[in-house]
Ligand binder design. Structure first.
Ligand code: ADP
Ligand code: MG
Length: 701
């Protein structure tokens, strides 16, 4: 009972032996019985169908035929001999061919007895021939356990060269099942299996290798995927739980004057239910005694800023300082202006610190921070400098999370002995459950509701040769008093070319929209920050009607009167970027438009991206498509977290199973956080086994 028979080295399996064991270890990382058992087929060949010879097509893949060998001959050829059998059924004739192993085949083949043969068919010299078929006497075949789908295992060149064929691997696994007739240890608790109608571990393992039917295969896959994701979720949740127990945080238990006064007297609008819920989640977190480490996801325009401010007010009520860090100077400045306006009628002290803050200003800010006069410091990376010391930083808010790395978060932590509460805000939603899997160390809040009265941005795709019509449309909108963005791609590797595109575009727009009737701003990455700000401000103040820009305006910029977003070479942008850009319009009361301009040559992926954009405004839906197009590999953090090394589940395709798994893992921990209950004994045992395993994710069974 103590020693798990599945930990037996693979050498001991009948039919393996030291040489093959070596190969299995080196080539496939299979060391033990268990490793072999968890070496799942990557596909299955349907053997439910028996072909007639007259049905065979030249492009038939692997097929199965019932017939007899009526004649066997050896044919000499340049490179050795070949053994050829005439194989017939009632509809026709074909050939079976062997280039090796003639002696054995000649001895073992029975003429004129029905065989089932299986293999790939070639068209050669006017006849169909099947080289090295798998063969079995029909009467044996009928006796066998009915394998309807043949497992195919991945292999390597070395393995095939050294004779470890798919058939051999299949045999080894069959042997494994023969030696374990009693079945395999169950790894999920009974109540879960009952509730989710999961087949047993043994049945699942058997059917994943030797599916008895397509239905059984589906059940086996579901059970094993669920199990895999369940234990991953359990690990993440437990890790998070331990973090909360270990890392003490400031207790913000006062909801006091600042928060309440603001809520009652200064809030410029009613909060959406989603905003209220999220604020409550944050309040609970910060009052809990553990350090908050929370990711706030909310689509562009969902109103994260006000949530950030209310959170900062809670800090102030508890006599702590707060900081808000943004990835660009433009954004930080906007936050500063926006928050200053909101706080106008309060006595809160705010300051802005960026790379271009003057030394004299900095000195004052540093002083006021250290003596506690400043309540909220807003800024860029400049906040991370060692010189920036707070009197008592209780809360750090980071906007647009994907621009900052984990290392930078860590730097904020170090500003205090006790780490401040951390709120990370992002407008690039990734599917919630995926986020949970990736950022196991973060709790997640979602604002899944836009403020009322927002009109969804109308999005269309236009080809470049329709530019004149598009320009006419812009002119109409400007006449109505609206403003327009025209955005060009900026891809680092070819910055000069992009710059030229931008300038060409600017000139052509300037021709069609001449001064003094029209005023145009231009902003790009090669400008000095001060010049950028100057141009941005002209646009924000309505002095210019058209803003020609590169993607520097992607994040956060807020000009409610701008109602048209033209994206040039839209096929060159990623989905989330397109969505971000579109989020710059639709911020006012007017109907807004987003026009995606492209040439005629479009890849399939580009087409999907454009279609997705024209069909939906929902950032989460867009994120799902994006994920499917790019795969999770491109998402930050996936590499490190190992979610890509899943054995059977697919983090994207099996998202529903992932959700279920997470739900049940949470339930379980709620009832039994230490995995001590009798009914969870298998969970505890399995969990320990996984923990022991050095490759965290490489577990199962
Ligand atoms: P984001 O989540 O993209 O940062 P913002 O916080 O910039 O969004 O909010 C977008 C706009 O919506 C701002 O002009 C803000 O004042 C407004 N807003 C936020 N919450 C609400 C609300 N509950 N009702 C009405 N307007 C709101
Ligand atoms: Mg924002």
């Amino acid at each position: 009972m103590n020693s798990n028979p599945l930990h037996t080295p693979i050498d001991y399996l009948k039919g393996v032996g030291p040489n093959r064991a070596d190969l299995l270890r080196k080539e496939l990382g299979i060391h033990t019985y268990q490793d072999l058992l968890n070496f799942f087929p990557y596909r299955y060949i349907d053997k439910t169908h028996y072909y007639k010879i007259n049905e065979v097509q030249r492009n038939s893949a692997e097929i199965q035929v019932v017939g007899k060998i009526v004649h066997l001959k050896t044919v000499a050829q340049k490179r050795g001999k070949r053994l050829v059998a005439d194989f017939v059924d009632e509809t026709g004739k074909m050939e079976l061919v062997w280039f090796r192993g003639h002696k054995w085949i000649k001895e073992s083949i029975k003429l004129n007895e029905p065989y089932v043969i299986f293999g790939k068919v070639n068209w050669y010299n006017g006849v169909f021939s099947m080289p090295h078929p798998e063969m079995e006497l029909l009467k044996e075949h009928e006796k066998q356990m009915r394998v309807t789908m043949q497992p195919m295992y991945s292999s390597t060149e070395t393995l095939s060269k050294r004779g470890i064929t798919n058939r051999l691997v299949t045999k080894m696994i069959q042997q494994l099942f023969l030696e374990n007739k009693k079945g395999f240890l169950e790894t999920l608790p009974d109540y879960l299996r009952k509730e989710l109608k999961l087949i047993s571990k043994s049945e699942a393992l058997f059917n994943i290798h030797f599916p008895q039917s397509t239905e059984k295969l589906a059940k086996a896959q579901f059970r094993l995927k669920f199990e895999e994701l369940f234990y991953i979720q359990l690990q993440l949740l437990i890790k998070n739980m331990l973090r909360k127990q270990k890392i003490k945080g400031f207790v913000f238990d006062q909801v006091g004057t600042y928060f309440n006064d603001f809520y009652k007297n200064h809030l410029p609008f009613d909060l959406t239910n989603a905003q209220k819920r999220v604020i409550k989640e944050i309040r609970n977190d910060m009052g809990s005694g553990a350090q908050m480490n929370r990711l706030l996801q909310g689509d562009v325009g969902s109103g994260k800023t006000i949530v950030a401010l209310m959170t900062a007010l809670l800090a102030k009520d508890n006599e702590f300082q707060a900081c808000l860090m943004a990835p660009t100077e433009i954004l930080a400045t906007q936050h500063f202006n926006g928050l200053s306006e909101l706080c106008e009628k309060t006595d809160l002290q705010l300051a802005l610190l960026t790379g271009s803050s003057k030394t004299s200003e900095r000195k004052i800010i540093h002083e006021r921070l250290e003596n506690g006069e400043l309540d909220i410091l807003i800024g860029t990376h400049a906040l991370l400098e060692d010189k920036v010391q707070f009197k008592n930083l209780g809360l750090a808010i980071i906007d647009e999370q994907h621009r900052f790395g984990v290392a930078q978060r860590a730097k904020l932590w170090k500003k205090n002995v006790i780490p401040p509460h951390i709120l990370v805000m992002t407008a690039t939603p990734i599917p919630r459950t995926l986020a949970m899997s990736l950022y196991g160390d973060l709790d997640i809040s979602v604002i899944d509701e836009l403020p009322p009265g927002r009109k969804p941005v109308k999005t269309v795709h236009r080809y470049d040769n329709n530019r004149l019509k598009v320009f006419a449309f812009i002119r109409d909108e400007i006449k109505k008093g609206r403003q327009v963005y025209v955005v060009y791609p900026l891809i680092q590797e070819s910055e000069t070319m992009d710059y030229k595109d931008l300038m060409d575009g600017y000139e052509s727009i300037a021709r069609d929209f001449p001064q003094p009737e029209f005023q145009i701003s231009i902003v790009h990455g090669q400008m000095k920050p001060a010049d950028k700000d100057y141009e941005m401000n002209r646009f924000a103040n309505g002095e210019t009607q058209i803003m020609v820009a590169t993607t520097v305006i992607e994040v956060g910029v807020n000009v409610p009167n701008a109602s048209v977003m033209i994206i040039e070479s839209a096929e060159r942008f990623g989905l989330s970027q397109l969505h971000q850009l579109r989020g710059r319009v639709g911020r006012g009361a007017e109907q807004s438009f987003c026009i995606l301009m492209t040439g005629h040559k479009l890849s399939n992926d580009s087409k999907t991206r454009l279609e997705t954009m024209t069909q939906t405004n929902d950032g989460f839906q867009i994120a799902e498509v994006d994920l499917k197009l790019r795969g999770p590999g491109d998402l930050m953090g996936t590499q490190q977290s190992g979610v890509l090394n899943l054995k059977i589940a697919d983090i994207v395709k099996d998202n529903d199973i992932l959700k279920t798994a997470r739900f049940y893992a949470m339930q379980l921990l709620k009832n039994d956080p230490k995995l001590q209950m009798e009914e969870n004994r298998v969970v505890n045992y399995t969990y320990q086994q996984i923990a022991k395993n050095k490759t965290l994710w490489n577990y199962i069974s």
